[in-house]
Design a protein around this ligand. Structure first.
Ligand code: AP5
Length: 209
């Protein structure tokens, strides 16, 4: 199963993808996580990506396509994968097609804008393993500490109100047109992402099994 999780920032793509990938034993590829890992290590890619991410803009297509195609060539993707946060532009979707990557299904998560803002403002991410929490919806057992690895929970740089607004604008302009792109290919399935996490995850599993 090769899946794409599509939706605005804060829709829950990363939350659902990590759970579904673990249940199905397939790879979870988050371009946002790859960029953040590179920023943490201050690689050349990280230094470049940071300039765009901290402003809420997209990292240029050429760099992002190359990075994602390299990741898809890793052996853990042979059994299937979930792309979380890629493609984000028509050029990126065409990049996948040109590389001959077959996609079975695109899940598009629908969540009202006010809920997206609340989710992003309250999100906390583990500095060490990347696990995602929320100060109200998904609290860790101990405040500020990751349940899975004991790492410190932090707020992402791109979660400031001004940057959140910019990311929503960029989504509407550059990423939302992908809904039609995949509709034309008969691959899209819309899901209500404004329900409890377990309910959404169960629906995804039922859909693809
Ligand atoms: P990325 O990390 O991909 O950010 P995003 O797509 O903006 O998505 P988010 O991670 O903000 O949200 P999500 O949908 O994964 O929601 P989450 O599960 O965390 O990208 C960051 C940046 O990197 C981009 O802005 C861009 O600059 C760059 N980038 C990445 N990919 C790129 C690409 N392909 N091209 C160019 N640039 C790229 O959930 C949010 C919160 O809500 C959490 O706290 C969670 O606990 C909570 N929550 C989730 N689901 C529910 C639910 N059902 N009920 C209650 N709470 C919930």
């Amino acid at each position: 199963m090769n899946l794409i999780f599509l939706g605005p920032p804060g829709a829950g793509k990363g939350t659902y993808a990590s759970r579904v990938a673990a249940k199905l034993g397939i790879a979870h590829i988050s371009t946002g996580d790859i960029f953040r890992e590179n920023i943490k290590k201050q690689t050349e890619l990280g230094k470049l990506a940071e300039q765009y991410i901290n402003k809420g803009e997209l990292v240029p297509d050429e760099i992002t396509i190359k990075m994602t195609l390299e990741r898809l060539r890793q052996p853990d993707c042979e059994k299937g994968f979930i792309l979380d946060g890629f493609p984000r532009t028509i050029a990126q979707a065409e990049g996948l097609e040109k590389a001959g990557i077959k996609i079975d299904l695109v899940l598009n998560f629908l969540v009202p804008e006010q809920v997206l803002i609340e989710r992003m403002s309250g999100r906390r991410t583990c500095k060490k393993c990347g696990a995602i929490y929320h100060i109200i919806n998904l609290k860790p057992k101990q405040e500020g500490i990751c349940d899975k690895c004991g790492g410190e929970l932090i707020q992402r740089e791109d979660e400031k109100p001004k940057v959140i607004k910019e990311r929503l604008k960029v989504y509407a302009k550059k990423t939302a047109p992908l809904i039609e792109f995949y509709e034309q290919r008969g691959l899209i399935k819309n899901l209500d992402g404004n329900r409890p996490i377990d309910v959404v995850v169960d629906e995804i599993i039922n859909l693809i099994q």
